[in-house]
Design a protein around this ligand. Structure first.
Ligand SMILES: Cc1cc2nc3c(=O)[nH]c(=O)nc-3n(C[C@H](O)[C@H](O)[C@H](O)COP(=O)(O)OP(=O)(O)OC[C@H]3O[C@@H](n4cnc5c(N)ncnc54)[C@H](O)[C@@H]3O)c2cc1C
Ligand SMILES: NC(=O)c1ccc[n+]([C@@H]2O[C@H](COP(=O)([O-])OP(=O)(O)OC[C@H]3O[C@@H](n4cnc5c(N)ncnc54)[C@H](OP(=O)(O)O)[C@@H]3O)[C@@H](O)[C@H]2O)c1
Ligand SMILES: Cc1cc2nc3c(=O)[nH]c(=O)nc-3n(C[C@H](O)[C@H](O)[C@H](O)COP(=O)(O)O)c2cc1C
Length: 621
């Protein structure tokens, strides 16, 4: 039975439909008298009408940038659509849920699945495939996309001539391989014979608008293809507002008060790590261990002032900060609204457009890729305007090409069961020198230097279903988290203590020096004493002549670690993505080979299987 048929079997009332009393009465008299062929004809007729209306409405919305919901299911034939997502930090998963809901609302039969749960052999059976996938590492697929990505790019991938597909690629223009994974999927499906339903859309960190536009295009295309039909109410289109309990979200952050801001490192340490406790009281924001806190930071006032001075601008000049025409004083806009610390190729392309600067134009030409890469690394907007003499550009025009300042994510370090209405984070301060200037991490330095208890800052919860405690409280857990990577494990153990979970737990922690850098030492010791934490192994890298890292400790304890894996332990890795996560992955492989007698291929397969079973999860950055 299609959605239309299900729909007409309902007794229409004013309460369960968008019609008024008179229309309800008319429809209730008419609908039961229709034959099947009359119903089919009528639904096709309505679909054709709506197709035109919807297209007009979406165009109007895109222009006016309003947002409300696509609704009212009236499908001609409930066709199947598969939504596959590959997501590391939760954005793609959240968007997939929203898309699936919208597709169901227009009467389509939707199967939504993580790429890791999707059986690749089913690919040849699909007719409509929508892919939402982010890019991680340096242009690599997120963990839960890897098996499907590899299958699709292998010789085993089938021809998919009957497949209609579209890709929404999530990424960040500050990475060289922008949206690479989405691009790869898009290209590969075309090579295999698939037909694009709508063109791929590549999203930067501020993805709401582009993602909503892609969803609208997909809905309209499915509609045109006779796959469903949709009604767009009041000239409105897909809205991406979060449907969580709280009214606060990434696009509407909560102004939260700081309760505590402490340095966890001892005197003499090279590092500064702030433990920050934040009140969520009144926000109704909910989180679970493994989720992250998003924080919208402010730029360093000194850098803003230096930039204004270098450009010869007037700090009080009023500039427009978005397409709704909102205006701010220039200094305020540069402090709170725009990114001024990162140079990217797309930004330089824009600067060339507005300035016509020949030196910069040359930098963008083919053959200058390495020069461009070297130039933009560790340089900011102040360097750019000084090095290329961009002083003459008007402020309003210049700021309009800048990217909105992106939020920073921090792994939540508290259990809300242990600290109701609070959230804790562990933030390492980023300070370094480059090109003759001190450089300051925007968010970490604001937290370290310019915010104290009583101040407030805009936050939201970034849910991450890919980094979660096992459902069974008896399952053993192995946690590997050097440096700030230890943060979520404070939340994990806090939660297990509160819930009285009985499963064994093992923490591998490392940092530079035992005496100054042992983050949350007293808490681990208490949990060890109380049995909440079963084992702990530490690697202080700079207390010995030879560096010792967490993976060295894992290898030393390989027998026991293998035993835990055999008992069904879940493995969690958090912290540095570039080196540590790769080395820990290799160490796990070596342990499987050494203790389990596996070949390298079998060990790799075992880890992939663990990932698919959510027994191996990573929160790496
Ligand atoms: C899911 C997730 C969870 C995270 N959890 C945590 C956490 O729990 N704790 C935590 O501290 N961070 C965490 N981070 C990192 C955090 O989001 C920020 O990236 C970090 O705090 C830096 O932000 P910033 O604004 O201070 O620095 P930015 O202004 O963004 O500058 C950071 C950039 O500076 C450059 N840089 C940094 N150090 C150097 C150096 N020594 N030499 C040259 N260049 C350098 C790098 O390009 C780096 O990307 C997490 C990230 C993600 C994605
Ligand atoms: N993307 C971002 O914007 C961003 C921002 C901040 C941090 N990060 C990353 O997050 C990581 C976490 O930073 P952190 O300051 O908390 O800790 P960290 O730099 O990872 O240091 C923690 C411990 O890990 C050790 N270590 C270094 N290389 C390792 C390896 N290959 N394998 C295992 N351990 C290794 C360090 O030793 P030694 O120092 O003695 O070598 C130190 O003892 C940083 O490495 C950084 O790359 C990313
Ligand atoms: C460690 C790390 C590496 C990343 N690498 C890339 C990259 O190479 N290319 C890119 O376009 N985006 C990159 N991104 C940005 C993500 O793709 C972007 O934040 C996306 O919205 C994440 O979606 P997800 O939460 O569904 O994983 C990276 C993000 C992180 C945290």
């Amino acid at each position: 039975m299609c959605a239309f048929e299900r729909w007409i079997l309902l007794e229409l009332q004013v309460m369960n439909s968008p019609f008024n009393q008179e229309q309800v009465e008319l429809l209730n008299r008419l609908l039961p008298t229709l034959t099947e062929s009359q119903r089919t004809w009528l639904s096709g007729y309505i679909a054709a009408l709506q197709g035109t209306a919807a297209a007009a409405a979406v165009a109007a919305v895109t222009q006016a940038n309003t947002s409300a919901a696509v609704s009212a299911p009236v499908a001609t034939a409930a066709k199947e659509v598969t939504v596959l997502y590959g997501s590391q930090t939760g954005n793609g998963h959240g968007l997939s849920k929203k898309l699936s809901k919208k597709l169901e609302e227009v009467g389509l039969q939707v199967t939504m699945s993580s790429m890791s749960d999707f059986k690749p052999n089913n690919l040849k059976k699909l007719q409509n495939l929508l892919i939402i996938v982010s890019t991680h590492g340096e242009g690599e697929p997120p963990d839960n996309a890897i098996p499907f990505y590899e299958f699709l790019h292998s010789k085993r991938a089938p021809q998919v001539d009957h497949l209609q597909y579209s890709v929404l690629a999530l990424g960040d223009t500050s990475y060289e391989f922008f949206c690479q994974t989405g691009k790869d999927f898009d290209k590969r499906l075309e090579e295999l014979g698939g037909k694009r339903l709508t063109p791929r859309v590549d999203c930067d960190v501020d993805f709401d608008e582009s993602a909503a536009e892609w969803m609208n295009q997909v809905l309209l295309s499915l509609n045109e293809a006779g796959t469903g039909s949709l009604v767009v109410e009041n000239g409105s289109a897909v809205a991406l507002s979060d449907s969580t309990e709280s009214e606060f979200s990434r696009s509407n952050p909560f102004q939260a008060e700081i309760l505590e801001n402490l340095n966890l490192n001892g005197r003499g340490s090279d590092r500064e790590t702030r433990h920050i406790e934040i009140s969520l009281e009144g926000s109704n924001l909910q989180y679970e261990p493994g989720d992250s806190l998003g924080i919208y930071p402010e730029n360093h006032p000194q850098l803003v002032d230096d930039l204004i001075a270098a450009m010869g601008w007037n700090a009080d000049e009023v500039v427009v900060i978005n397409k709704h025409g909102e205006a701010r004083a220039l200094r305020d806009a540069l402090l709170r609204h725009y990114e001024i610390t990162v140079l990217t190729k797309p930004l330089i392309e824009q600067v060339v457009k507005v300035s016509g600067n020949e030196g910069l134009r040359t930098l963008l030409e083919p053959g200058h890729e390495q020069e461009l890469r070297t130039y933009i690394e560790e340089r900011d907007l102040l360097d750019l305007v000084q090095d290329y003499g961009l002083q003459q550009l008007p402020a309003g025009e210049f700021v309009s090409i800048l990217r909105k300042i992106p939020a920073r994510l921090y792994s939540i370090a508290s259990s809300s069961k242990a600290f109701p209405d609070e959230v804790h984070v562990t933030v390492r301060t980023v300070r370094y020198e480059a090109h003759g200037r001190h450089r300051y991490g925007v968010c970490s330095v604001q937290l370290a230097e310019r915010l104290e208890a009583g101040d407030s800052l805009p936050v939201y919860i970034q849910h991450n279903p890919n980094f979660k405690l096992p459902e069974n409280p008896d399952t053993p857990i192995i946690m590997i988290g050097p440096g700030t990577g230890v943060a979520p494990f404070r939340a994990f153990l806090g939660e297990r203590e509160e819930t009285g979970a009985e499963g064994k737990s093992w923490l591998f922690y490392g940092d530079q020096h035992f005496s100054t850098d042992f983050l949350y030492q007293i808490e681990w010791q208490r949990w060890l004493k109380d049995g909440v934490l079963t084992r702990m192994d530490v690697a202080f890298s700079r207390d010995t002549d030879k560096k010792v890292y967490v993976q060295h400790r894992m290898l030393e304890k390989s027998k026991d670690l293998y035993q835990w894996l055999q008992e069904g332990a879940c493995v969690y890795v958090c912290g540095d993505e570039k080196k540590m996560a790769h080395d820990v992955h290799s160490a796990l492989g070596s342990i499987l080979e050494q203790e389990g007698g596996m070949s390298p291929e079998e060990a790799a397969e075992y880890l992939t299987l663990m990932q698919q079973q959510k027994r191996y999860q990573r929160d790496v950055y």
